[in-house]
Design a protein around this ligand. Structure first.
Ligand code: CTP
Length: 402
């Protein structure tokens, strides 16, 4: 099913030449089943008329705080939205939003919502690179806003450089991700903490084209990284799969268990380490340099064990509060209890990956949190962002008890 089906999206369009590209985004969202309400600034109307958006969207275009019978249109729009997509976002709108100014309907709606917000900047290179713009975007990312960075390319007036609105595919992917991960984070209880998260399944080469892998999508690890960043932590994410993530997260892409181990060890010490990755336990002993040709015979691949990163962190104690995951299909809690002890973790997040809508590649998860002090918390089926929130709440409680 489309991630946009039945979701209410406020498409907030501000005044730049890229406003014409928002027309295409509007059409694609509606085609994907979203209920789209366009909100235009006065400047946006100078680039694209409101009638164009009204004709393509699910409701007529809104322009002003004072245009209709609803005395509080910004609050109504903000409350009912599942997502606000600011596309394009000018330097002025970014600045006003960062400063909390509600000078028009678009600005007021942004301040009046608890829904996730995705901001897609588009402007000239000088404006994009100006410290004011960058600082404002940093502030917004720290507040849990998703920023879809612009691309390099042709700009208005024939100039070429960074600042061109991101491709529709990147914008729609970020919007889908924000919808899946849920509401904006509000608690800012991780300011000053260094958090290291791993995500995704490692790939262990058999030959240059094949690998031993697993079904992990990385979504839960990404949700933990995004939530930690939204709470103010300085986050490094070591992942095997690229996904949209807040600009403030330092993303390190790796492939194999050994590369992941090296990337993690390189970035220690940390205050919190969350090992959400599904690290391979074995890798081919001797990967072939050339593609293996089929012979029609049985073939044996000899595997050797990889190093257990979590257990190594547990032994050395350089990871601050150490969180591990346990993906189980049977004896779920007993296996997780054993992992908590043998790996020296402070907290184990266990999920039964054979249960419906739980674990690998789903947008939802259902987990139990087991901690080394004997605490046990069950998180019923929820979005991966909500599960991330529950994990970091537990981490905060464990750190406070120390
Ligand atoms: N892990 C790790 N290094 C490995 C294997 C696993 O750091 N080589 C970490 C995972 O990131 C996860 C935890 O250990 O946080 C548990 O992973 P899981 O695959 O459930 O358990 P394993 O230790 O691999 O045990 P088993 O496969 O026997 O269940």
């Amino acid at each position: 099913m489309s991630p946009f089906a039945g979701r209410r999206i406020v498409l907030a369009v501000s005044g730049g030449i890229a406003a014409y590209k928002a027309v295409e985004i509007c059409r694609r969202l509606v085609d994907a089943g979203a209920h789209v309400i366009p909100v235009l600034t006065e400047a946006a109307r100078r680039f694209v008329g409101e009638v164009t958006f009204s004709a393509l969207a699910s409701e007529r275009t809104r322009l002003s705080l004072f245009e209709d019978t609803d005395p509080i249109p910004h609050v109504t729009l903000g409350r009912q939205a599942d997502l606000i997509l600011v596309c394009p976002a000018t330097a002025r709108v970014i600045g006003s939003y960062a400063a909390g100014l509600s000078e028009d309907l678009l600005g007021a709606t942004l301040i009046a919502t608890r829904a996730p917000v995705v901001v897609c900047p588009a402007m000239h290179t000088e404006m994009w690179e100006h410290p004011a713009t960058q600082d404002n975007l940093g502030l917004l990312t720290n507040r849990g806003v998703t920023v879809v960075a612009p691309e390099e390319g042709r700009l208005a007036g024939g100039d070429v450089g960074a600042g061109r609105l991101a491709a529709p595919e990147s914008i729609l992917a970020a919007a889908a991700e924000a919808l899946a991960t849920g509401t904006q984070a509000s608690t800012r209880d991780m300011i000053g903490l260094r958090v290291l998260v791993t995500a995704g399944g490692t790939r262990e080469p058999i030959d240059p084209v094949r690998f031993v892998g697993n079904r992990s999508s990385g979504k839960q690890g990404y949700a933990v990284a995004v939530e930690a960043a939204a709470r103010g932590a300085k986050v490094t994410l070591v992942a095997t799969v690229p996904r949209p993530v807040s600009e403030s997260v330092d993303l390190v892409l790796v492939e194999t268990a050994e590369e992941m181990r090296a990337a993690v060890m390189d970035r220690l010490p940390a205050d919190v380490v969350v090992m959400a990755a599904a690290v391979a336990d074995y890798r081919p002993l001797a990967p072939a340099a050339d593609k293996i040709k089929k012979s029609g015979e049985l073939r044996t691949i000899t595997l050797e064990p990889t190093s257990d990163i979590l257990a190594e962190l547990g032994r050395t104690g350089s990871a601050g509060t150490l969180v591990g995951f346990a993906a189980e299909t049977s004896d779920v809690l007993a296996n997780a209890e054993a992992k908590l002890r043998t790996k020296g973790a402070d907290l184990i997040v266990v999920n039964d990956v054979s249960a419906p809508r739980t674990g690998f590649d789903h947008d939802t998860n259902e987990v139990t949190l087991l901690d080394a002090t004997g605490g046990r918390t069950t998180v019923p089926l929820a979005s991966k962002r909500d599960v991330a929130r529950a994990i970091l709440d537990r981490v905060a409680a464990l750190r406070a008890a120390h």
